[in-house]
Design a protein around this ligand. Sequence first.
Ligand SMILES: *Cc1c(COP(=O)(O)O)cnc(C)c1O
Length: 815
Amino acid sequence: MENNDKIFETKLDFTTQYKEACLLELGKEFEDCSDNERFFVLAKLVASKSRAIQATSHAKDAKKVYYFSLEFLLGPLLDNYLINLGVRDLVEEGMASLGMSLDELCQQEVDPGLGNGGLGRLAACFLDSMAHEGIAGYGNGMRYRYGLFRQYIEGGRQVERTDNWLANGFPWETRKDASAVEIRFGAQVVRHEDETGKFWFTQEGGEVVRAVPYDVPIVGFGGKTVNKLRLWSAEPATEDFDLDAFNAGDYAKANKFRSDVEAISTILYPNDAGEHGRILRLKQEYLFVSAGLQTILGTYEKDFGPDWEHLGDHVCVHTNDTHPAMCGPELMRLLVDEKGVDFDQAFEIAKKTVSFTNHTVMPEALEKWPINTFRALLPRLYMFIEEIDRRYRDGLSEKLSPEDGSWTDVLRNTAILWDGQVRMANLSIIFSHSINGVSALHSDILKRDTFKEFYKLYPEMFNNKTNGVTHRRFLREANPAYSQLITDAIGTGWLDDANELEKLVPFEEDAGFLDAMEQAKRADKERLAAYVQKVSGTKLNCDMVFDVQVKRFHAYKRQLLSVFKILDLRNRILDDPSFSPRPTAFIFSGKAAQSYTFAKEVIRLINSLADAINNDPRVNDKIQVAFVPNFAVSNAQYIYSAAEISEQISLAGTEASGTSNMKLMMNGALTLGTLDGSNVEISELVGPQNIKIFGLHADEVEAIQREGRYYAWDMYNADRARLGRIVDQLTDGTLARLSGNFESVRDHLMVENDPYLVMKDFYAYVQAWEELTGGYADRRAWNKSALHNTAKAGFFSSDRTIREYMSDIWHIEGK
Ligand SMILES: *Cc1c(COP(=O)(O)O)cnc(C)c1O
């Protein structure tokens, strides 16, 4: 192994540098440092080595991609970066020679609280893949002081505590005071005019905020490219400190301005509970957009001079959902007001530079802001939006023909300003050159339904980019035992090119390989069981099938459907001693937004079900239920690797893509799912014998909802003995021991008429589960299917996704 282009050349080189770093960083010998300090120093050392690589990663004139996202769900970085830098084994041996296990050291690292779930994790996977592809691809986001929350379970209930993830510092970041920029809210717009009649605007007064960047290195696999993620923090401009109040002893007043400003970067908002109308959120969105764009223009001007016309040839601004929707108008504002570019040209430049990914199909989930709030906070920006909206309306009648139906409807659905609101999705589309969905089905629904009018007007803008995940984190790092087997079989090339996983296909006939795979899975299950016992007290039986549903709690994801299946199994075991399903442990994890009452009740329901089943000797040798608290990237990696069944059971047409389905198939779990999101593509790739699909299709769901002929009470009355009984058990005391019954869940089904068609899909679901688990007895066949899933997972590497963005949207070449 040639190591002289690596950050550490030998084991001794590593231990020498590391021990010295302890002295430099903390003024202590390695032996005197706590585990947490040891982690901190190692992470700092790796971060500084990474920054040195970053400095030489790209030519100055390389095209740059800036990925704007309000969330980056990074997960712990140390283990990942050691792998990507190619020094993990060397560091592990070096640590061992110092008497410390690298694994234990890595466990000191806390998850950065910078994201909610799938959307934020996608952004993190994209950073990894952009660095792997060797492009200058940078993240731009917010540095939240507190993450979403830490989830605890008490009396079965979710309890939220502050996620103070920065408490021990974040060793990966560097504060860049010299790159701070100013952001202005609520200014006065002043019009100026010279003697020739030329006019321009300036902004005066208002609240001035200092946006300070913190940079985190993003290390690409192979160690050749290091990019960065820039996270913005809000601080007051210092002169606003009220010294008089302070000297008078009124510290609260003296600090009021500071705390008002700092509030902007204090918390990460939940993604799935009424967040509209919160002015702080709007300030977050504008701050990271404006600060990011100011930096981009500054860098560009240094490299290319004020050649604004060609900005879009050298810079791409990609917006992850509508949270950065202000990128288009803010770019225009900066070009017009600060760089003297003419309005029409600025619009062309903005449109050419900005592109947009949509993440939801539900019209009610599309972001909107009241015009009055928006205009008062961002008066100058609003002028650009209003003028572009006016021009859009002006041009519309030329583009429409009588066959296009009601022109008013087209206007209502596509205008930026309507009904007293700024519609952020329409804003994003009108200011971008490309809009994409995140799975084939989702992109079709966007064209057919959500944005059908736009699709008619601008079909060439629409495209699909099916999501992916970084297989280096979610297979190589998450599942070392299985990865080693894979590498022994096909070499290490798959880490670089996930399509090489296809080389595993011949091993589907190799009994020795399949047995070794089963042993690796067993070891992963035992690792997870030990973790689950530590964090929840539940002692999992590793002889059972591990069946997992881990994701945010949301009605459309239908964790409730899983509960129905488990209750049904319980009832049947009790009724009929000869009924013996394949023994299965059902593992759940995920957070519900603090204010999302229904989702929180489903969490309480699952914990109550666990209490009822795990303590009942009549059933607990056949089924178990576990809830893993505080779902995060770190513990997700244990769960994905140990899973044998992957539950992906959202109501068809509601999940844009899903990515845990990809991570789980990669790890050899078989999917039990509906034809929703990227389950459709998984199913096409692995073939019907290697996945279990059930339930209503998206068009059937649509027809049911359109016709309005679904009655939950008909379902109940038609089968009181089985389905009706489960509904009754929600309120009859069966599950009440921990903390009471579940009236509101029952109401969701029977009063709200089961909006996500849980009861409609129930029978098909239970049958599919029985058929799938019925195949588990033939372990050879099961393992073969599992291996086939891994072999076909190459398509779901985010490297593939990023290459598609590069060629179709960003027009940029990799290395
Ligand atoms: C991948 C991932 C998700 C997304 O899961 P879905 O099932 O696709 O919604 C959410 N949270 C974490 C921590 C993840 O790693």
